[in-house]
Every structure is written in C-alpha cells, then in structure tokens.
Design a protein around this ligand. Structure first.
Ligand code: DGT
Ligand code: CA
Ligand code: CA
Length: 366
C-alpha cells in the first residue's frame, strides 16, 4: 500500500490574516513588517501579499526599500502582530488534527499530514479529504492555503509549492518518477544551498539526474546516511515518517454530521467514532486528561463549546463518553441554530506513568 503524505501551507500567511481582518486591504499591496525601532522605518518585511510581490517586494527586504517600490500604489504597511497569527494558527492546527491520521506541524503556517491508514492508500479518497480540509479552513477562517500530496514528504512539499497560491497538487504514487524527473535539486525538501551547489559541481541539477547518479559517488561526497537519503528523495521514496508532536497538549476529533440537526443525541450518536478515536490517541500516548470539551459548529458556521474539568486525571472511555454526551445535551439546549459538525476534545494532559488515576481506580482494567 503506498503512503499518502500531505503538506499544507497557508498562502502569504500574516498578510492574508490582516486582509481578512480589514477588508479595505483587498486588492491593495500589503506588507507586514517587523520594526526594529532604531529609526522610524528600520526593520524588514516579514511577508507581502501577492500584489506587493508583483511589485518586487519579498520577505526579508528592508522596509525602506519596500516602501520605495510601493510608492504611489496605495500600499498598506502593517506592524507584525505575532500573537494574532499564533492564535489563528492554533485554531487551524487543532481542527486539522481531527481531520487527518497524523499531523506534524512544521511552522506557524504549515504542517505535514498522513492519510495512509484512513484512506488505505486510495488517492482519490485522499484527494476528497484534502479538498474538504481546504474548504474547512476557508469556511472557518476565510484563509486560502496550498496543499500537496504524494507518497513521501519530498513529493508532498514540492506539491504544495507548485500549488501556490490556493491550489491542490496530488501526485499519485505511480506518477512519482515522471513528476520528479525535471525538478531542480534545490527544490527538494532537505536539500539546502550547500548540498545543491555540491550536486551542481558533480553535474547533477535535476532530480532525474540525481536518481541516475552512482550511489557510491553520492556516499563519498555526502556520507552513507545523507547520500542514501538524497537518492531516495530523488525518486520520491524517502521514508521519513510524519510524526505527531512529541508532547501533545490535547487530542480532538470533529466530524461533519450526515445532516444538520437540532437534536443533540442524534449529533452525539455520530460522534461515537470520534470519541473512540480521542480515547485511542490518549491511550497510545499514555496520557490522562482533566478537561473535556464538547464542540458544536452550527449551520451558520459559528462555534460553541462546553467544557468540564475534573479534579483528578481521567483516561477511560466511559468517562469520555458519558461526559461528552452530557455536555452535548447542554450545547443542544443553548443553541439557536442546528448543528452541522460535532467534536470532542481532551486537554490538560498529564502522563499516566507510575500513577494510578481515579478513573483507573473506579473502572479497573480487567
Ligand atoms: P507563501 O507561503 O509563499 O504564500 O507566503 P508566506 O508569507 O506564507 O511565506 P512562508 O510560508 O514562507 O512564511 C510564513 C510566515 O512566516 C509569513 O507569512 C511571515 C513569516 N516569515 C516568512 N519569511 C520571513 C522572513 O524572512 N522574516 C520574517 N520576519 N518573517 C518571515
Ligand atoms: Ca505560507
Ligand atoms: Ca510556510
């Protein structure tokens, strides 16, 4: 079964967040800047929207120079607000976590994900999931992103780069070799400027040429391990896994209901698998939780949550099931709109190791 690995990257992230917040920015060049404070305009451009990029502005450019390029273009110059972007990022990652098998965030606006198990290696099913992920981010945050999918991280990352802005590039497992052949080596994930200049010296400029290189030459130049990786990367066979955060802070699952409903029990019935999923994640990670949250997303896409925090750590399926059912009752009672999606989240996690939790005491494993 081929792996299904994805990479998602939000488009011109900081600047897009600013555009969403202030619609008057739409259509204008926008730059988000880090002011160093030394003089009024000292500092650099953190990112620019595509309109500003067309005018020659890019990340890392001195603000003074960017302003020159944007003179007379009604550009918006905005001070970077990292906390705001962190909050948007956290919401997106949390939602993503519940939609994929494994999520590996690799930056504030990007993550690898794995869909192999849930799709059983079926690329058309995975394509549908990727489309629904893009749609969910757009519906919830009004942000566009680019997604790439293929049988390894190298392929997925190339895909998201090529899909920019706003697209989805799927490379089915059996199309990997022809997809990679013309790709310049410096575009391969894991190949930095130093490696690519060494490769160029060896007369290797594309992934196809890299794939055809003599393995022993590569080993001599880059060592056994990295040389081996380069060879695998060039054919899209790199096996580096998508690994979840080593220290998760929460586990959640959100499902889309078969139809919108105002009946909390009907909604909760469809969340049964989600509840089991959260419990499984908790068990696999060897964690207990203290806070459980029921999440309701309504037909107008507004979100409401109800939480309960226990005094002692809990970890058993029964507690998760009963508590989330009760919280859903409360959610249903206070809602004005029918539910479209339903979710459950456990947080305030602690390690189970070496301690007997109250729930183990109450419901001992037989
Ligand atoms: P994209 O992905 O090409 O559509 O554009 P961005 O802006 O999302 O670029 P990306 O994904 O490389 O970086 C994500 C955010 O990180 C970006 O919105 C702002 C910040 N960032 C990127 N490069 C720089 C930089 O050189 N300096 C500073 N201060 N921030 C940066
Ligand atoms: Ca980005
Ligand atoms: Ca990024």
């Amino acid at each position: 079964m081929p792996r299904v690995v994805g990479h998602l990257d939000l488009d011109y992230f900081y600047a897009q967040v600013e555009e969403v917040e202030d619609p008057s920015l739409k259509g204008r060049p926008v730059i988000v800047c880090v002011f160093s404070g030394r003089t009024e305009d000292s500092g650099v451009v953190s990112t620019a929207n595509y309109r500003a990029r067309e005018l020659g502005v890019h990340s890392g450019m001195p603000i003074v120079l960017a302003k020159k390029k944007l003179e007379g273009k009604e550009a918006a110059v905005i001070r970077m607000d990292h906390r705001k972007y962190e909050e948007v990022s956290a919401r997106i990652m949390e939602d993503l976590e519940g939609r994929v098998d494994v999520l590996e965030p690799t930056g504030i606006d990007e993550a690898f994900f794995d869909l192999t198990a849930s799709t059983r290696g079926d690329y058309s099913a995975a394509t549908k999931t990727a489309e629904s992920i893009k749609e969910a981010i757009f519906n919830a945050e009004h942000l566009t992103c680019s997604v790439g999918m293929g049988r390894s991280k190298v392929v997925a990352k190339l895909g998201s780069d090529m899909a920019k802005p706003g697209g989805l590039k799927v490379v089915p497992a059996d199309a990997t070799a022809s997809f990679l052949e013309p790709i310049p080596v410096e575009k391969l994930y894991g190949v930095g400027p130093k490696t690519s200049s060494t490769l160029l010296e060896m007369g290797i400029s594309t992934a196809g040429q890299l794939a055809a290189a003599d393995p022993s030459d590569l080993e001599k130049r880059f060592g056994k391990k990295f040389g081996g990786f380069l060879l695998l990367a060039s054919t899209g066979d790199d096996s580096s896994p998508v690994t979840a955060d080593l220290e998760p802070t929460q586990f959640s699952r959100i499902v889309t209901l078969k139809r919108d409903t105002s009946d909390p029990q009907e909604a909760f019935a469809q969340l049964a698998e989600g509840v089991e999923y959260v419990h499984r994640k908790l068990t696999t990670a060897g964690k207990s939780f203290r806070t459980l949250t029921a999440i309701g997303i309504y037909s107008d896409l507004s979100t409401k949550t109800k939480s309960r925090t226990f005094e002692t750590p809990m970890d058993d399926l029964g507690t998760i099931r009963e508590t989330s059912a009760a919280l859903f009752e409360e959610l249903g009672r206070s809602a004005e709109k029918p539910l479209r999606r339903a979710g459950v989240r456990v947080s305030s996690l602690s390690n189970k190791e070496g301690q007997t939790s109250l729930s183990e005491f109450l419901h001992p494993v037989k």
